[in-house]
Design a protein around this ligand. Structure first.
Ligand code: ADP
Length: 524
C-alpha cells in the first residue's frame, strides 16, 4: 500500500512541486525545487532534470506580480495555507496562469522547512475573463462616444432647423404682406409642418438610440393625472376636430395624485393618440382611463385608446412595435411617420414595469392598452401648498429683453419674433458682452444661448448670479439647441430660471416671457 501511495504524486495529472527552504552562502533563506512530478514539468514545457534544484522563481516572467509572490512567501512561512492565482511563464515564454495551493509540510524528521504546491492550469478561464473585461471596456467606451455623438448631432441639427422654423413662423405672422391669392401661404405652412416633422424625427431617433444604449432613468415627480388628462384632451381635441373626428375622454380612478415620470407617460400617450387620429378617417377616438388591481401605495393605471380607424392585420400586430416598421395599405403608409413612435413607447412602458398591447380588426379599428403600476403620492404631502413662481418684476409697458446669441441667423429669428411681439431688446454675441450689457442696462429678462464664443452662456449666467447687485436675481432663460432628455434639468440645476429649447417656437417663447414677466408684458 505504501508503495502505491508513494507513486501517486508522480502519476497525478495535477502539477505538484515540493520546495525546500535552504540557506545560500550568505545565510539568506531561499526556496529550491526539491521535487516535482512529470505533470508539472510538462505544464511548464521543461524536462524534469532542468527544473530540479532551481528556485520556484525560475517560472517568473515579465508580468509576474512579485509583490504577490512575496505575500505568498510570508503567509506560507507563517504556516498559513495559501490559494492564489499566479501568472507564471512556460519555457517558450508563453504566459501560464495557475491556481496554486501552497501548504507548509510540518514534518519534524526533515532537516529544513518544505512546502508543497499543487498547481492547476487556469489560463483559459483567465484569458476569457480578460477578453470579457476588455470587450466590456470597449463597449463602455463606444457607448460614451455614441452618447456624446448623439448630443452633438442633436445640437448641430437643431441649430439650422431653428432658422428654418423661426423664419417660417415669422413669415406666417406677417402673412398679410403677401400678395393676395399667392400660394406662398401654403408653401410656408409646408415648410413649417415639414420642419416640425423633421424635428420630431430627430427627437425620436435620438430617443431610440439613447434607450438602446443606456439604462433608462425615470423621474419621480408628483402630479395630478386628472388635471394632466384634461390638458391632454384639450390639446388633442382640436387636432381630431380638424379631421372631423370626435375625441372622448373618460376617467374612472379612485386616486389621481401620483409620483412618477409624467413627461415619459405623456410621451407615450401622445404617441398613441397621435397615431389613433392619424390612422382614423371617420368616427373617433376614445381614451378610457381606469385602474386595475391595487397594492399598498401602488395603483395599476390602465389606459385604453380605442379608435375606429384602418385597423392592423393580425400578422402585423407584433411587427409594429419594432423600430422603423410601418404596415398597412398604401394610404396609411402615405401618412407622415418613420415607424419609431411605438418602438419608443414600448421601451418606455417596459422601463416603467408596465405593458403596452394592441388588439385590432382590419378596417374596424384598434385598441392600444397600456397598464403601468403607478406610485401613489403621499396624500399628506399633496395637501402642502405648491410653491408658485411669481415674476420678480412687475413692469408696465413692453419688456426690455437682453438676448445673448452668437449665430447671426438665429439673431435675426429672435429679433423678428421679439419685434413682432412688441418688445424692446438688445442683442449681444457672447457671454462676456451679455454680462457687461446686463450690468449697464435695465433689462427685465435675459434670453441666453449656451454655446457661444469668448464666454459660454452658462458661465455668463454664473457670473451674473454671483454679482452683488439686483441683477443677480434677473430671470435668465437658457435658450439652447442642447435639447436632449436631461438637458433641461441640467440647466435648471445650474441656476437658469427656465429653459427654452431651439428651434424656438413662437408660442413657447411668448409663454415663457408671459410666465416670467407677467402676461401684460409678454404679449403685446
Ligand atoms: P409611425 O406612425 O411613425 O409610422 P409608429 O411606431 O407609431 O410609427 O407605428 C408603427 C405602425 O403601426 C404605423 O406605421 C402603422 O402602420 C401602425 N399603427 C400604429 N397605430 C395605429 C393605429 N391606431 N391604427 C392603425 N395602425 C396603426
Amino acid at each position: 500500500m505504501k508503495n502505491i501511495l508513494n507513486k501517486i504524486p508522480a502519476l497525478a495529472r495535477n502539477a505538484i512541486l515540493i520546495a525546500r527552504i535552504e540557506e545560500d552562502e550568505n545565510g539568506t533563506p531561499r526556496a529550491v525545487i526539491a521535487w516535482a512530478n512529470l505533470a508539472l514539468a510538462e505544464l511548464f514545457g521543461y524536462d524534469l532534470e532542468e527544473i530540479l534544484g532551481k528556485p520556484p522563481s525560475y517560472f517568473d516572467g515579465p508580468d509576474t506580480d512579485y509583490e504577490q509572490l512575496e505575500r505568498i512567501r510570508q503567509r506560507s512561512v507563517a504556516g498559513e495555507p495559501v490559494r492564489e492565482e499566479i501568472l507564471y511563464y512556460k519555457k517558450d515564454g508563453t504566459p501560464l496562469w495557475v491556481e496554486g495551493n501552497i501548504t507548509h509540510i510540518d514534518a519534524p524528521e526533515m532537516d529544513a522547512p518544505h512546502f508543497v504546491s499543487i498547481l492547476h492550469d487556469i489560463t483559459e478561464r483567465r484569458t476569457q475573463q480578460e477578453d470579457l473585461l476588455r470587450a466590456k471596456e470597449a463597449a463602455e467606451t463606444a457607448n460614451r462616444a455614441k452618447s456624446s455623438f448623439l448630443a452633438m448631432m442633436s445640437h448641430e441639427l437643431r441649430t439650422p432647423l431653428n432658422s428654418i422654423l423661426g423664419f417660417a413662423q415669422i413669415m406666417q405672422m406677417e402673412q398679410s404682406k403677401l400678395p393676395e391669392g399667392s400660394e406662398h401661404a401654403e408653401y410656408l405652412e409646408n415648410i413649417r409642418s415639414s420642419g416640425t416633422l423633421l424635428l420630431r424625427v430627430i427627437g425620436d431617433l435620438l430617443d431610440i438610440a439613447k434607450l438602446d444604449s443606456e439604462k433608462f432613468n425615470f423621474e419621480e415627480e408628483e402630479f395630478c393625472l386628472a388635471d394632466e388628462m384634461q390638458n391632454f384632451h384639450a390639446a388633442w381635441k382640436n387636432k381630431a376636430q380638424e379631421k372631423g373626428l370626435k375625441l372622448d375622454l373618460s376617467l374612472d380612478l379612485s386616486q389621481t395624485r401620483f409620483l412618477g415620470d409624467k413627461a415619459r407617460l405623456f410621451q407615450v400617450l401622445n404617441n398613441i393618440v397621435f397615431n389613433a387620429i392619424k390612422y382614423t378617417k371617420a368616427g373617433g377616438v376614445k381614451v378610457q382611463v381606469g385602474e386595475g388591481a391595487s397594492a399598498e401605495g401602488v395603483l395599476h393605471l390602465v389606459v385604453d385608446v380605442i379608435d375606429t380607424g384602418v385597423g392592423i392585420a393580425n400578422n402585423n400586430l407584433k411587427k409594429i412595435f419594432e423600430p422603423f416598421e410601418r404596415v398597412g395599405s398604401d394610404q396609411s403608409l402615405s401618412e407622415e411617420g418613420v415607424g419609431l413612435g411605438l418602438a419608443i413607447s414600448q421601451r418606455i412602458i417596459q422601463g416603467m414595469n408596465g405593458t403596452l398591447s394592441v388588439e385590432s380588426e382590419l378596417e374596424y379599428g384598434s385598441t392600444f392598452s397600456l397598464s403601468i403600476p403607478m406610485k401613489l403620492a403621499n396624500p399628506a404631502a399633496s395637501d402642502k401648498p405648491v410653491p408658485v413662481h411669481l415674476p420678480d418684476r412687475h413692469l408696465t409697458g413692453p419688456a426690455k429683453i437682453l438676448v445673448a446669441e452668437d449665430n447671426p441667423m438665429n439673431q435675426r429669428v429672435i429679433q423678428s419674433i421679439l419685434t413682432a411681439l412688441g418688445h424692446e431688446f438688445e442683442i449681444v454675441g457672447d457671454g462676456k458682452q451679455a454680462v457687461r450689457a446686463a450690468t449697464m442696462g435695465d433689462f427685465a429678462i435675459i434670453l441666453m444661448d449656451i454655446s457661444m464664443p469668448v464666454m459660454s452662456g452658462d458661465m455668463a449666467m454664473r457670473v451674473i448670479r454671483a454679482m452683488d447687485s439686483s441683477i443677480q436675481t434677473l430671470p435668465i432663460i437658457a435658450v439652447t439647441a442642447h435639447a436632449m432628455k436631461g438637458d433641461k434639468e441640467r440647466f435648471l440645476t445650474a441656476g437658469f430660471t427656465d429653459y427654452l429649447p431651439k428651434p424656438i417656437d413662437v408660442a413657447s417663447l411668448s409663454g415663457i416671457l408671459a410666465k416670467h414677466l407677467g402676461d401684460a408684458q409678454a404679449v403685446a
